[in-house]
Design a protein around this ligand. Structure first.
Ligand SMILES: [Zn+2]
Ligand SMILES: [Zn+2]
Length: 242
């Protein structure tokens, strides 16, 4: 390494931390990027029409705002849950690497997707007092080594200057939600969360953060707890929507 100028040293250090290869196909990528152009092109944006409440995309042509059947027939405890990307293919793979394969540098890419959600008109003009990550159960967090939602909340906070605070805790170790239908999910989540001791959310406009939105049940349950504790509004943003 002797003889390298400072900037080269820095670059070498950076490329050790963030190898300049595509997170998916390992092809060379441009500096500061995580995906090559062909993988990037496969990332799917959510485009209208979609449900105003939970962002579920709808196949077909609807020009006015609408609420999907699932939102229409349940009580939702958030104002809107917004995602800008489909959690499929490349996006799902990147989030999977980030969460389960300890590729934590990919949080920067996932946070970029999350930030795109904030440009949505349902969030753009909102003022938020605090960013709150969806919590993991302590046992799961120990096993994983981190809470992905907290890492994203931290990056979003740095970018928006809205402070982030882990105001919720997960008190029930729930089984994985993947195989459950909507009502089973709600049952599974009942009393899974609570406000942390000394967390004062009264009167706060909360931006709730998670990596991926599946049915919105988790976000809604967190919203219920936050509102019961006095939060005045709860909007949610996620990096992707299943
Ligand atoms: Zn690639
Ligand atoms: Zn909906």
């Amino acid at each position: 390494m002797i003889g390298l100028r400072n900037s080269e040293l820095l670059q070498a250090a950076v490329s050790l931390l963030y190898p300049a290869t595509c997170a998916i196909c390992r092809k060379q990528v441009r500096a500061g990027e995580y995906l090559c152009d062909s993988c990037e092109a496969k990332v799917i944006r959510i485009v209208p029409p979609f449900c105003d409440t939970c962002s579920e995309p709808f196949e077909g042509s609807i020009n006015n705002a609408f609420t999907c059947v699932n939102c229409a027939r349940r009580t939702i405890h958030f104002e809107a849950a917004v995602a800008a990307y489909r959690g499929r293919g490349i996006v799902r793979d990147v989030i999977h690497e980030f969460k389960y394969n300890r590729q934590t540098h990919l949080r920067h890419l996932v946070a970029r997707w999350l930030r795109t959600a904030l440009d949505d008109e349902r969030l753009r003009d909102c003022k938020f007092d605090v960013i709150v990550p969806v919590p993991l159960h302590p046992a799961r967090q120990r096993e994983r080594g981190f809470n992905q939602a907290a890492l994203l909340a931290e990056l979003l906070s740095a970018h928006t200057s809205i402070s982030w605070r882990p105001l919720l805790e997960r008190v029930r170790y729930t089984t994985t939600q993947t195989a459950l239908d909507r009502s089973e999910r709600m049952e599974n989540l009942h009393n899974a969360f609570r406000s942390r001791k000394n967390a004062d959310v009264r009167g706060l406009r909360v931006l709730l953060i998670d990596d991926i939105l599946t049915t919105g049940s988790t976000l809604s349950e967190c919203g219920r707890v936050l509102k019961r504790s006095g939060a005045c509004s709860v909007h949610a943003a996620t990096a992707a929507r299943a």
